[in-house]
Design a protein around this ligand. Structure first.
Ligand code: GDP
Ligand code: MG
Length: 401
């Protein structure tokens, strides 16, 4: 069988998205088949990707197939979800992150509501580039019809902020590829698709290449030395004696310098993404610091108090509320290590906002207002809780203030 993770190749997370029955799972299987023929995957047939959803336990369980394969250029981890709700949850919670996506659209149907919804969510989770696979071309005899589907897809992706001219659009048949029929629309198109994915979807920036950010979990003072903040480094690399800013919890930005770094109780020169570190801060009093603040590279992040959040509201089986909630709902919002009181409102112009309810199981976009400003960025994931239970998971889609 195919040797797993090859660290010699850059790694990229992708997935198939698009309307139900347009051929996402068939395409996923076809890709593994084609790459297996080249010794770069283990073939997974349709049934082993599209397993019946396992029994759902308490908490958010997302039914997702993780598929793995390589091309000459890169190593891929690929997600395919069984149903629309699983895509929504997956993208909002980030259970399986995507650096890029293959949007599958059946030529026989053209774009459908979930095509649009997945494109929007992909954009919101920070996917910059996608590749379009127009599927089921074996069912269409009229070339003008195919041209029309391609044209409409280019226009649609443009509406969601993707490049409508340059984005590769491949027309083929996943089923032909999987069944080994009509290679000119089957396996050849899988090769074209993988080439397009290799060329068009960029290799993601490594966490260590991003600006430094550590979320403060604990603050303590060490007699004779000063104040230390500990937490997990989310991204970037920090060298000893670097200038940093402390942001969040409603306070002004505090500018200071990290005079010592401890990781695993040992003093060291630097702290990097993934480390649990303690940072000794110069001239900062313990009282000025709190759990939930972030320590960042100066200028890279700022505090906000109002933003749009796209949420998946948990069902009671998932440990969520048994009943819905209204406009001006006031739960706690967890942002990294911070928890903050917040209010949720329907976006301006929502009809009947006063009487409207959000029910368990819903996916909804609302305006969140925090009691105290916090370090927030678009694309960030948050959790909405109330009385010790998780009510919803959310994704910050746009900063307002
Ligand atoms: P998903 O819901 O997007 O994962 O779609 P599936 O992969 O389950 O496919 C839905 C249906 O479309 C299945 O019956 C497939 O056999 C069929 N299908 C998928 N790709 C093609 C194709 O290229 N041509 C034709 N004619 N049918 C296809
Ligand atoms: Mg499927």
């Amino acid at each position: 069988t195919y040797a797993v993770y090859q660290r010699t190749k850059p790694h990229v997370n992708i997935g198939t998205i698009g309307h139900v029955d347009h051929g996402k799972t068939t395409l996923s299987a076809a890709i593994t088949k084609r790459q297996a023929e080249k010794g770069m995957a283990s073939f997974l047939d349709y049934g082993s990707i599209d397993k019946a959803p396992e029994e759902r336990k308490r908490g958010i369980t997302i039914s997702t197939a993780h598929i793995e394969y390589s091309t000459e250029a890169r190593h891929y981890s690929h997600v395919d979800c069984p149903g629309h709700a699983d895509y929504i949850k997956n993208m909002i919670t980030g259970a399986a992150s995507m650096d890029g996506a293959i949007i599958v659209v059946a030529a026989s149907d053209g774009q459908m509501p979930q095509t649009r919804e997945h494109l929007l969510l992909a954009r919101q989770v920070g996917v910059q580039r996608i590749v379009v696979f127009v599927n089921k071309v074996d069912t269409i005899d009229d070339p003008e019809m195919l041209e029309l589907v391609e044209m409409e897809m280019r226009e649609l992706i443009g509406n969601y902020g993707f490049d409508s001219d340059e984005t590769p659009v491949i027309l083929g048949s996943a089923l032909c590829a999987l069944d080994g029929k009509r290679p000119e629309i089957g396996e050849q198109k899988i090769d074209e698709l993988m080439k397009a994915v290799d060329d068009w979807i960029p290799t993601p920036e490594r966490d260590t290449d991003k600006p430094f950010l550590m979320s403060v979990e604990d603050v303590f003072s060490i007699a004779g030395r000063g104040t230390v903040c500990s937490g997990r480094v989310e991204r970037g690399v920090l060298k000893r004696d670097s200038e940093v800013e402390l942001i969040g919890k409603g306070t002004e930005v505090i500018k200071t310098k990290v005079t010592d770094i401890e990781t695993f109780h040992k003093s060291c020169e630097e702290s990097r993404a993934g480390d649990n570190s303690g940072l000794l801060l110069r001239g900062v009093r313990r009282e000025d610091l709190r759990r939930g603040m972030v320590i960042v590279k100066p200028g890279s992040v700022s505090a906000h108090s109002k933003f749009m959040v796209s949420m998946y509201v948990l069902t009671k089986e998932e440990g969520g509320r048994h009943t819905g909630f209204h406009e001006n709902y006031k739960p706690q919002m967890y942002i990294r290590s911070a928890d903050e009181a917040c209010a949720l409102h329907f976006p301006e112009g929502t009809e009947d906002a006063e009487s409207k309810m959000v029910m368990p199981g819903d996916n909804v976009e609302m305006v969140a207002t925090l009691h105290n400003p916090n370090a927030i960025e678009a694309g960030q994931r948050v959790t909405i809780r109330e009385g010790g239970r998780t009510v919803a998971t959310g994704l910050v889609t746009r900063i307002i203030k």
